[in-house]
Design a protein around this ligand. Structure first.
Ligand code: GRG
Length: 303
């Protein structure tokens, strides 16, 4: 255990899984008809713009706690990354955050126009379910597992999850928020999808109900910490470091933890959440080491 911990490089670990997902997506995300070439270009532009691929690493790591046949995870991890990319494209639109920089590059609507960006987001969202529910792409995944994975994915990312959080975020713009509202926004806008990633690994790994619940709870804690750190980085980093416009939350009077608690207390809250997440893994031994390293990465990251 000690030697494993000493040799563990979290960036290499995340990149290892990112390569698998990227190579799978590179061959799957292709234009099937010349009429949609421009749409596929727009989808690929954002998918391959250089995201951290944290969510795939979380899915593989949670799966690794319960099972070892990682190949069957790849289409699911790719599907989640596509949905995540759709949310970023739509989040950057003029009707939402109106941002022109993402992952260090001009945002999708700046390059392809607003109409195409909306459609690229829509197509990435639906493609994620196309992939997750395909018998052909997932020959080793039983239908009931697929159904549970897809149903929970829809819940985590729809009005009862990510989209609901985004709606509350939009409504709170201009300073119209309190502690309760910010917690709701962060738990849904960001944490719901991250928590789902952890639960998904457990579902694919045939974990029992306790295992699935533990992973979900671990995910909720690190997901909230992730967004609090994002709020802090928005205030303390440069646009170059972030790959997106810094201080944009402040300019829009967005609902953030630092706006309510200040930077120092927000850091302490994020640390406490990570410690709670760690304690959930106590019963899972060495198999949970990558999850612990990912949890640490969530609060130590710089972009
Ligand atoms: C349905 C119209 C419509 C829009 C949906 C739900 C939504 C738009 C947006 C919410 C997504 C969002 C911006 C959440 C914030 C979470 C966050 C900090 C995302 C950035 O994640 P990283 O840092 O990004 O993992 P990379 O680029 O590394 O993948």
């Amino acid at each position: 255990m000690r030697s494993l911990q000493m040799n563990f490089n979290i960036k290499n670990y995340i990149n290892f899984w990112a390569k698998k997902v990227d190579s799978w997506l590179d061959s799957y995300l292709i234009s099937t008809d010349p009429h949609i070439n421009g749409l596929t270009d727009s989808m690929r532009y954002s998918v391959f713009a250089g995201g951290k691929r944290l969510r795939p690493a979380l899915i593989y790591s949670s799966f690794g706690v319960f099972d070892g046949y990682f190949d069957k995870v790849t289409p699911f991890a790719a599907a989640v990354e596509l949905l995540h990319t759709y949310s970023l494209i739509h989040d950057d639109l003029p009707a939402m955050d109106d941002d022109d920089l993402r992952r260090g590059k001009p945002t999708n609507h700046v390059v392809f126009g607003e109409g195409v960006a909306i459609l690229a987001g829509d197509a990435l969202l639906t493609k994620s379910f196309e992939i997750m529910t395909s018998r052909e792409l997932n020959p080793d995944v039983e239908p009931e597992i697929m159904l549970e994975a897809a149903n929970k994915f829809a819940i985590a990312t729809g009005d009862r999850g990510m989209v609901g959080g985004q709606f509350a975020d939009l409504k709170a713009e201009g300073g119209n928020f309190d502690e309760n509202t910010v917690a709701f926004i962060h738990m849904n806008k960001t944490s719901a999808l991250i928590a789902y990633c952890l639960e998904l690994g457990a579902i694919l790994g045939y974990a029992d109900e306790k295992g699935k619940k533990d992973m979900l709870l671990f995910g909720k804690n690190i997901g909230l910490a992730f967004q609090i750190v994002d709020d802090i980085l928005d205030l303390t980093s440069t646009s170059e470091e972030l790959g997106k416009n810094a201080k944009s939350d402040l300019k829009k009077d967005k609902a953030t933890y630092p706006a309510i608690f200040g930077i120092e207390k927000s850091k302490r809250i994020a640390d406490d959440l990570i410690n709670t997440a760690f304690s959930i893994l106590d019963n899972y031994g060495e198999a949970a080491l990558p999850l612990k390293e990912l949890a640490k990465f969530v609060i130590q990251r710089s972009n």
